[in-house]
Design a protein around this ligand. Structure first.
Ligand code: NDP
Length: 276
């Protein structure tokens, strides 16, 4: 029986076991998936055991960057983003990938088909790990312009230099001038997440045709999405990204490519409602 898990520190609130155990049951597979709290000083030993005691794992905060150095090879996306969130082993060794990019793109493809129609002009709020995945994904879809707006301007500049594409760094003070041309607005900061300060921006002047998406999924309907909806914008929440980023890992460990179904989404939504 194959075994996989999600590792993090802490890991209590991870919804990954709900997702993978739903798929295991749906496909009638004799596998198991759980969550394991791994402290930073235990990460080396854990990764060294992959392929023997465990088929692989998802990796979350704070291990995504360190995990990149511990696997035998990484995919192009993990290299560009600078983080690994999925690990599996085969005869050639232990491999690391970043599936947040696929999660971000597939979520929008499913929820808002045609969202990447040219000209794709994006405003991305944030310059952390999640924003890196978003910017890499937008470049891969041929974005004509990506403004990276971040509290720490240097971090936005670093992201822009690392990933290239038609991106530029900007301050929050420039947002008002950027919104009229945007066809996509993405919140990739942690602002608006339960327990964090709210994201306090005005959507005044935002292109009426712009799609608005938030990577935060607790709460599901963030204040950003609420105010975008009130202005008549199409919105997409961050839960779909979590569900879609899980697909490649499941396929690697258990050999079946699973689907993100409405039933799975409802299961995780119920858990969020119950536990937050
Ligand atoms: P990081 O810690 O790497 O980055 C956090 C970002 O938020 C930075 O841009 C940071 O700005 C900004 N930020 C934090 N606090 C403030 C503040 N008080 N004022 C202004 N800006 C602030 O986190 P991640 O990039 O990994 O994650 C970002 C969010 O995306 C999280 O909420 C996470 O849960 C979510 N996420 C969702 C996923 C999904 O599947 N839906 C997948 C991955 C992440 P600065 O650089 O100036 O510090």
């Amino acid at each position: 029986m194959k075994h996989a898990c999600v590792i993090g520190w802490p890991i209590k609130h991870s919804r990954s076991p709900i997702i993978h155990n739903y798929w295991l049951k749906q496909h009638g597979l004799a596998g198991a998936y759980d969550k394991r709290e791994i402290a930073p000083d235990g990460l080396n030993d854990f990764v060294a055991a992959i392929g023997r005691e465990i088929a692989g794992c998802n990796v979350t905060v704070p291990h995504k960057e360190k995990a990149l150095e511990l696997v035998d090879d990484i995919d192009e996306t993990a290299r560009a983003v600078g983080a690994v969130n999925t690990i599996w082993a085969d005869a050639k060794g232990v491999h690391g990938a970043n599936t947040d990019v696929e999660g971000f793109l597939s979520n929008l493809d499913q929820a808002a088909p045609g969202w990447d129609r040219a000209p794709l002009k994006a405003v991305v709020l944030g310059a952390g790990g999640a924003a890196r995945a978003v910017v890499f994904g937008l470049i891969s879809r041929g974005a004509a312009d990506i403004a990276i707006v971040n509290r720490s301007f240097e971090r936005a500049e670093e992201l822009m230099k690392d990933l290239g594409g038609k991106s530029r760094a900007a301050h929050f003070g420039e947002l008002r001038a950027l919104l009229p041309d945007a066809t996509l607005l993405v919140n990739a900061t942690s602002l608006g997440m339960q327990g964090k300060p709210p994201l306090e921006i005005s959507l005044d002047g935002l292109n009426p045709k712009a799609l608005v998406t938030d990577l935060v999924y607790v709460p599901l309907k963030t204040p950003l999405l609420e105010s975008a909806e009130a202005r008549g914008h199409k919105t997409v929440d961050g839960l779909g990204m979590l569900l879609h980023q899980a697909v490649p890992g499941f396929e690697k460990w258990f050999g079946v490519r699973p689907k993100v179904t409405p039933e799975l989404r409802r299961l995780v939504e119920d858990d969020i409602a119950r536990t937050s």
